[in-house]
Design a protein around this ligand. Structure first.
Ligand code: ZN
Length: 292
């Protein structure tokens, strides 16, 4: 959990890869860029961890040494709302991710809950709460208590994960973490995040349901996004690309106003560069507010 706002990339930044950096070097390289969070991408994983325990532990030790907070993005191959076998396999994937998160000391496993399919909205919520509760119980029985489960707000209309749905899951299941992907919310609501007030409304809604601490300790994903009114999210864009929202300045205002200390993970194509830009924007906003 963050003690102050933290920023970092989703996955190993492209430039690090091009320079041939190893996973274990990532925290040190982020430190050089004055970043202090890293979301390890386990997005293609199956039902067992696809990192060796010693490698996960080595990453964890380096992260600690360099004061980089770790999170883990769980497998994309998760659907907690599908047929029984699909749900069971999804739960095993989520557990594998949490096991690796425990090894590396990552505080949360972020995941995409699944697709509505033939389920109605309330049936979907029920199924999701049930499955996440079962995973949470399984983790407890495995002695994994520090890793939280973070259902993410999703960008496509076919995906479970409106703000209300994510808030309800977090409210109903112990050991969960609020994860707000702002770009996804923007896409899902047809470009609904235009002003500071639009961002504020989301924070207020979350605070009403989950309390002040949960809101202050929100885990965030941020990028610009392209969407269609019909299906929602189309693709992520970098911060400097004109013509796409949302604007990070507006979130920075709200972070400052509500004294939040979120972990902000950048999901653009230049994850580390844009994460550093966002950090700079927040510092400027805070500076401006303080000097008033
Ligand atoms: Zn995601």
């Amino acid at each position: 959990m963050a003690d102050h706002p933290r920023f970092g990339p989703a996955g190993v930044p492209q430039m690090f890869r091009q320079k041939g950096a190893k996973l274990v070097d990532v925290p040190k390289l982020l430190r050089v860029e004055e970043l202090d969070a890293f979301e390890y991408a386990a997005v293609r994983w199956g039902q067992v961890p696809q990192i060796k325990q010693v490698d996960a532990q080595a990453l964890g030790a380096e992260a600690k040494k360099n004061d980089v907070l770790l999170s883990l993005h769980g497998s994309y191959f998760i659907n907690l709302l599908g047929e029984k076998e699909v749900v069971e396999a999804s739960k095993r994937r989520l557990i594998a991710c949490a096991q690796a998160a425990e090894w590396m000391g990552a505080y949360v496993v972020v995941f995409h809950p699944g697709f509505y399919g033939k389920n109605g909205k309330s049936e979907s919520l029920k199924k999701c709460v049930e499955a996440v509760t079962e995973v949470s119980d399984a983790l407890k029985s495995m002695g994994i208590e520090k890793v939280k489960l973070g259902p993410e707000t999703m960008g496509r209309h076919s995906q479970f994960g409106s703000l209300d749905e994510v808030l309800s899951v977090c409210q109903q299941v112990e050991g969960t973490q609020l994860v707000v992907d702002w770009a996804h919310l923007h896409a899902r609501t047809g470009g609904g995040l235009r002003s500071v007030e639009d961002f504020r409304k989301i924070v207020v809604a979350a605070e009403e349901k989950l309390g002040t601490d949960a809101v202050r300790e929100m885990h965030c994903h941020f990028s610009k996004i392209e969407y269609t009114y019909k299906t929602g999210e189309r693709r992520h864009h970098i911060l400097d690309e004109p013509g796409y929202g949302p604007e990070f300045e507006n979130l920075a205002e709200v972070i400052s106003e509500f004294k939040m200390r979120p972990v902000v993970i950048c999901e653009t194509a230049v994850q580390d560069v844009d994460a550093a830009k966002m950090k700079k924007i927040l510092v400027e906003v805070q500076h401006r507010k303080n000097s008033r």
